[in-house]
Design a protein around this ligand. Structure first.
Ligand code: AMP
Length: 751
C-alpha cells in the first residue's frame, strides 16, 4: 500500500516523515545513511548529483560542484548556477533533492510514495509556491498540498500539547528564512493560523556572515594580514563559521585556529557575548516582526500563551533569552526544531483539503481592513483550558491564512496616481475567492484586451509590493452601447489551498471564462511610481484598472463598494407618550451602530419608531447580509425587532419570528440566524436565511426604498426589551447606470 508522506524541504536541511500505520503517530523516515535529516546540499560529480553527508563535507571543504541554499531563489526563473556547463535554476535543484528524498524514503519504507505534503515558509509568494509544486512534479511526486512550515510545526506540537483557546506564536528561524505566525488552538484540534509575517532574507546564514566578519577582523589583528583579500583564506574562514556559531550555542567562548597564507597557523578567540552584541540588529529584526504580527491581530504581548521555537537557528541561546525578555516567559523548546515541520506535514498528509471560503474581511478605500473578528475567535478572551494530549491525529485540522494581501494595479479616482487596489487581504483564511465587477469600454476594431498586474503586499504603493504576475484577459466582445455603459467584466481572484494565485474573468453575466494569457512582468515597472500619463490629451484620465493603455477608450470603471461605515444611517428615536399619559423624557433605548453591527439596549420603549434607517433608490442594486440574535430580548408580548428592505420584513422576538415578502410569510425563523436581503434592478427582491433562498418576488417601484433596523410594537405602545444584536453586517450597493466609477464585489464562481 503506497504511503503519504510529509516533506520539510528546508534551506539547509530537509526531512521526510509519515504516519506509522501501527501506532498512528507521525515518525521521521531516516535517510539511506540512517540520519533523520538530509542536508539540502548537492554536489555534482561528473554531472551526477551526490547528496547527504558526502555533499555536506564537500561543501564545507569548498570543493567544486557544490550547491546549497538554493531555496532562497525559488520562483526565480534565472539560472542559479552552471555546473560543468549545465545551467540549473533553484527549481531544478529542488527537483533533484526531492527525487533523492523520495527514493531514500521509498527504500527505507520498502513501499512507494503515493503523495506528499510539502512545507514552505509561510512568507513564500505565489511564484515560490508554484516553483515548489513544479519541482515536486519533476521529481515524480504527487503533491497533496503545500502547507506553511510554522503551521506544520504547530500541528506536530499540538498533538501532544493541546490547550484550547491558547494563542501560540511560532517563531521559526531556519537557515535562510524567518517566519513568525500567530496560531490559535481552538476546540479539540482546530488549529487556525491568524497572522503571519516573515523575512526570507534572514536566517542562520546571516549569523554565519557575522562570524565571518568577526573572524576576518580578529585574524587581521592577530596576524597583520588582510585575510579578506585572499579568496582561499577567506573560503577557509567561511567554512569555519557555522561550526563556530554552533559552538557558541553551548560554550561561552570558541577558539578558532586557521592557517593564514603568508603567516602560518594563527588562533583567535571569539566570545558568546561579542557574537551576541554583533548580531543584535538581526535578532531585533525578528522582534519587530513578532510585534507586527501581534499588531495585525490586535493582541498584546500578554495575549500570547506560548512561544514555540522552530528552525535550527533557535538553538542559539540568544533566541530564547530574547523571547524571555520580550514576552516575560520562557519559550517552548522541547519540540525538535529539525523534525517538527516534517512530522506536522505527515499529519496533514492524512487529511483532506479544505474548501474555498468567501471574503470575511473587507478592505476599505483607505486600505484599512475590517476583520470579522468573531469568526477568527479573537474577540473573546476565552479561558485557556489545561494542556492535554489529543487522542488521535484525526482530530487535528488546520486552517491556513494568506500571508500577503492580493491586489491589482489600479488608477485612483483623480486619475493621476497608480495604487494597489487590495482584493484579498493578508491573513485571511485560505483557500479564498473574491470577485469584482469592473466597467470596461470596448472599441469595434480593437483587440479589447484587459491587462492585470497582480500585486502581493499591503502597501498602497505598487512599487512597495511584489508583482508576481501579469495577465492579459483576451476575447472581450465589443459592446456597442455607447461610451457611458461599456461592458461589465467580472474578475475573480483566488488563493488556492497552497497559497497560489489564480485569476479568472467573465464578460457580463456569461457562464464561461474569458481566455487569459500570462505575460512576463516587464522588468521596468517604475511607471507605477510616477503620475499617470494620459494617452488621450484633452480627455479625462482613465479610471480604474490599468489596461492596455496604448489602446484608446480602454477604460475600466469601478462599482462603488459600500460598507456600513460609509453609509449615512439615519438614527431615529421617536419617544412618544405612554398610553397612561406618562411622558418618556429620555430616549430609553440605546442604539449602538458601529462599523459592522447594530445593538439595541434598553427598556420601556414607547412607540414603534426606534432604530436606524437608510434610503436607497429603487433602481440601485443593494444587498445586505448579517447575523441576527434576538434571543436575549426579555419577553414581552407584541414587542419585536423589525428589519425591513422594501417589501421584505422580518419581525422577531426572543423566540424568533417570521419573514414576510409583500405581506406574505415566506419563512419562520428562530432567534439566531443569518439573514441576507437583496434588491436588484426592476424590483427583484430576494431573501435568504442561513444561506438558503427563503423567497423572491418582483415588485417594481419608484423613488426611495427604506432599509431599516428598528423596534416595533404591534399591539400597544410599551414593551420591555433588554438586548438584541445584529452583527457581521456586510453590504453592497451598485449605483444605477448613470453613475460612473463604481466598483463592488460580486458573486464568486467555481473554477
Ligand atoms: P533549518 O533551516 O531549520 O534546518 O535550520 C538550519 C540553521 O540552523 C542553520 O543556519 C544552522 O547553522 C542553524 N543551527 C543548527 N544547529 C544550531 C546550533 N546548535 N546553534 C546555532 N545554530 C544552529
Amino acid at each position: 500500500m503506497a504511503v503519504s508522506v510529509g516533506i520539510d524541504l528546508g534551506t539547509t536541511f530537509s526531512a521526510v516523515a509519515y504516519v506509522d500505520p501501527q501506532t498512528k503517530t507521525p515518525k521521521i523516515i531516516p535517510n539511506s545513511e540512517g540520519n533523520k535529516i538530509t542536508p539540502s546540499i548537492i554536489q555534482f560529480i561528473n554531472g551526477k548529483p551526490v547528496f547527504g553527508s558526502e555533499a555536506e563535507s564537500a561543501f564545507a571543504a569548498s570543493e567544486p560542484g557544490c550547491v546549497a541554499t538554493f531555496k532562497r531563489n525559488m520562483g526565480k526563473t534565472d539560472v542559479y548556477c552552471t555546473i560543468d556547463g549545465t545551467p540549473y535554476t533553484a527549481e531544478d535543484l529542488s527537483a533533484l533533492l526531492l527525487r533523492h528524498l523520495k527514493e531514500d524514503a521509498e527504500a527505507e519504507l520498502g513501499d512507494k510514495i503515493k503523495d506528499a505534503v510539502i512545507t514552505v515558509p509561510a512568507y513564500f509568494y505565489s511564484p515560490e509556491r508554484e516553483a515548489t509544486l513544479k519541482a515536486a512534479a519533476a521529481a515524480g511526486l504527487k503533491v497533496k498540498k503545500i502547507i506553511d512550515e510554522p503551521n506544520a510545526a504547530t500541528m506536530a506540537y499540538g498533538l501532544n500539547n493541546w490547550r484550547e483557546n491558547a494563542n501560540i506564536l511560532v517563531y521559526d528561524l531556519g537557515g535562510g528564512t524567518f517566519d513568525v505566525t500567530l496560531t490559535r488552538m481552538g476546540k479539540d484540534g482546530e488549529l487556525t493560523s491568524i497572522t503571519t509575517r516573515g523575512d526570507y532574507y534572514l536566517g542562520g546564514r546571516d549569523w554565519d556572515d557575522r562570524i565571518e566578519i568577526i573572524l576576518i577582523e580578529k585574524f587581521a589583528d592577530e596576524t597583520g594580514i588582510e585575510t579578506s583579500s585572499n579568496p582561499i583564506t577567506k573560503a577557509m574562514i567561511r567554512g569555519l563559521t557555522e561550526g563556530v556559531k554552533k559552538q557558541l550555542s553551548t560554550m561561552e567562548t570558541a577558539k578558532v585556529t586557521a592557517t593564514i597564507l603568508d603567516y602560518g597557523v594563527a588562533s583567535v578567540v571569539i566570545t558568546k557575548k561579542e557574537f551576541e552584541e554583533r548580531t543584535k540588529d538581526l535578532i531585533d529584526r525578528t522582534g519587530a516582526l513578532c510585534q507586527a504580527v501581534l499588531e495585525e491581530a490586535e493582541l498584546s504581548l500578554r495575549d500570547v500563551t506560548d512561544v514555540l521555537l522552530v528552525g535550527g537557528s533557535t538553538r542559539m541561546p540568544q533566541v530564547s533569552q530574547y523571547i524571555f525578555n520580550m514576552f516575560g516567559k520562557k519559550p517552548i523548546t522541547h519540540v525538535n526544531p529539525d523534525e517538527a515541520v516534517a512530522l506536522g506535514a505527515a499529519i496533514q498528509a492524512t487529511k483532506e483539503n479544505e474548501s474555498y471560503t468567501k471574503l470575511s474581511v473587507q478592505v476599505m478605500s483607505d486600505g484599512k481592513k475590517v476583520t470579522d473578528r468573531a469568526s477568527s475567535g479573537l474577540s473573546t478572551r476565552a479561558v485557556i483550558k489545561p494542556l492535554k494530549k489529543l487522542s488521535s491525529i484525526g482530530l487535528l485540522s488546520l486552517r491556513e491564512t494568506t500571508a500577503h494581501a492580493m491586489g491589482i494595479v489600479a488608477i485612483n479616482d483623480e486619475g493621476n496616481r497608480y495604487y494597489n487596489e487590495i482584493i484579498i487581504p493578508a491573513n485571511h483564511p485560505r483557500p479564498v475567492r473574491a470577485a469584482k465587477r469592473f466597467r470596461f469600454y470596448t472599441l469595434p476594431k480593437s483587440k479589447n484586451e484587459l491587462e492585470i498586474y497582480v500585486l502581493q503586499g499591503d502597501s498602497m504603493n505598487p512599487l512597495d509590493c511584489v508583482i508576481p504576475y501579469k495577465y492579459v484577459v483576451t476575447g472581450i466582445q465589443h459592446v456597442n452601447k455607447g461610451e457611458k455603459i461599456g461592458t461589465v467584466i467580472r474578475v475573480q481572484y483566488s488563493y488556492d489551498e497552497n497559497g497560489i494565485i489564480h485569476i479568472q474573468a467573465r464578460q457580463g453575466y456569461a457562464e464561461v471564462d474569458l481566455p487569459i494569457r500570462k505575460d512576463d512582468v516587464p522588468s521596468n515597472i517604475s511607471r507605477f511610481g510616477q503620475p499617470v500619463v494620459n494617452d488621450q490629451p484633452g480627455q479625462k484620465p482613465s479610471l480604474g484598472l490599468q489596461l492596455g493603455r496604448g489602446v484608446s477608450h480602454n477604460v475600466v470603471h469601478k462599482y462603488k463598494a459600500i460598507t456600513f461605515s460609509n453609509v449615512e444611517w439615519k438614527k431615529y428615536d421617536n419617544i412618544a407618550f405612554h398610553p397612561s399619559g406618562a411622558a418618556f423624557n429620555e430616549p430609553s433605548v440605546h442604539i449602538i451602530a458601529n462599523e459592522k453591527a447594530i445593538e439595541f439596549h434598553g427598556y420601556n420603549v414607547s412607540a414603534m419608531d426606534e432604530g436606524v434607517s437608510y434610503t436607497i433608490n429603487a433602481d440601485d442594486n443593494f444587498e445586505i447580509e448579517c447575523d441576527i440574535n434576538t434571543s436575549t430580548i426579555q419577553p414581552h408580548p407584541g414587542g419585536n425587532v423589525k428589519i425591513t428592505l422594501g417589501i421584505i420584513t422580518a419581525s422577531l422576538n426572543e423566540n424568533g419570528g417570521q419573514i414576510r415578502l409583500d405581506g406574505e410569510t415566506v419563512v419562520k425563523v428562530g432567534p439566531k440566524f443569518k439573514l441576507k436581503m437583496s434588491l436588484t434592478e426592476g424590483g427583484h427582491y430576494k431573501v435568504y436565511t442561513n444561506g438558503k433562498l427563503a423567497g423572491s418576488k418582483v415588485k417594481p417601484s419608484m423613488g426611495g426604498i427604506d432599509v431599516c433596523f428598528g423596534l416595533a410594537h404591534d399591539e400597544h405602545c410599551c414593551h420591555i426589551l433588554s438586548h438584541a444584536y445584529i452583527s457581521n453586517i456586510s453590504m453592497k450597493q451598485r449605483m444605477n447606470q448613470n453613475m460612473e466609477d463604481d466598483s463592488s464585489e460580486t458573486e464568486t464562481w467555481e473554477s
